[in-house]
Design a protein around this ligand. Sequence first.
Ligand SMILES: C[S@@+](CC[C@H](N)C(=O)[O-])C[C@H]1O[C@@H](n2cnc3c(N)ncnc32)[C@H](O)[C@@H]1O
Length: 288
Amino acid sequence: MKTGVMKIRRQGRLKAKVEEVKENNSHYFESSSIIIINEDFLTTTKISAESVDLIVTSPPYNVDIHYNFYDDRITYDEYLQFSREWLRKAYSLLKDDGRMCLNIPLDKNKGGQQSVGADITTIAKEIGFKYHSTIIWNEGNISRRTAWGSFMSAAAPYVIAPVEIILVMYKQRWKKTSGSKISDITKTEFMTWTNGIWTFSGESKKKVGHPAPFPIELAKRCIKLFSFVGDTVLDPFMGSGTTLIAAHLHNRKGIGVDIDKTYCELALRRLQTEAKINHGVLSSLLSL
Ligand SMILES: C[S@@+](CC[C@H](N)C(=O)[O-])C[C@H]1O[C@@H](n2cnc3c(N)ncnc32)[C@H](O)[C@@H]1O
C-alpha cells in the first residue's frame, strides 16, 4: 500500500479515536506514554496529586501575544495572581522529590518595567517551592529592544538584557529518590549543561504554527538533566507540545494541558511527525 494512503488512514483512525475520547468526556488524547488534556490547568482534575516528577513549562508572559483563547494583556497584579494560582496547583501535583523548570522572562519592559523573574520566584517560595538555581537562556535571535529611553543621555536610559530564565525549583527535597534511577545524559551534556548559561536559538513561530513556542533543545536539556528515564513530565501550558515531544523522544511519560483545542491538535500533529508517535502507539490507546 502507498505510504500516502497509509498516512491518511492512520490520521483517520487517530481522528476517530480523538472524537471517541471527547465523547467520553475524558482526555483529549491518551496513549501509553502521552496524555493531552484540553482544559484550563487551574480547574482540571485529570492529573493525580503527587504524581509528577518534573514540570517543564513556559506560561503565558502577559506581553500581548495573540493566542487564540487566552488574553495575554491582563494587569501585572492580575498576572501575578494568575501565577500564584497555577503555581499552587503545580505544587500539589508534584511528588515530594519533584522538580520544576520554569521558563519565564527575566524582566518585562513592554507596558512598564517589571521584575517578572524575581516576583515569580518570590511567589513560588511563598507557596512552598524551594529554590535551586536560575539558568540564563541566552537566546541569540531574541528582540526585546523596543525603546532606548533617553538615547545617549543619562536622563532616563533603558537597559534590557536579551535573555530569558529557566527557574529551577523543587517541592521538598532536592535529592531524587523515586523513579528508575536511570540517567541517560552523556558526560559532555552534563558538563556543558551544568554551566547555567545556555546559548541556543529560540524556535520559529511560523515553522511551528504557535505564537510562543520554546525550542525542543530547552525541554530536552531540562528533561535529561533533572529526570530519570520513565519519569512523568508535565507541561501545564503545553502549547504546541514541545515538552511532550522531548519527553517521548527521551523515554519519559508526558502530560500536556492546554486550554486551546487548536493547540492540542497542533501538539498531536507534531507528536506524530517529530516524535514519530506511530500507529503502534496509537493502537495501544487506552479505551477510556
Ligand atoms: C507560552 S505558551 C507555551 C508554548 C509551549 N512551551 C510550546 O513550546 O509550544 C502558553 C500556552 O498556555 C496556554 N494557556 C493559557 N492559559 C491556560 C490555562 N489556564 N490552562 C491551560 N493552558 C493555558 C495558551 O493557550 C498557550 O498555548
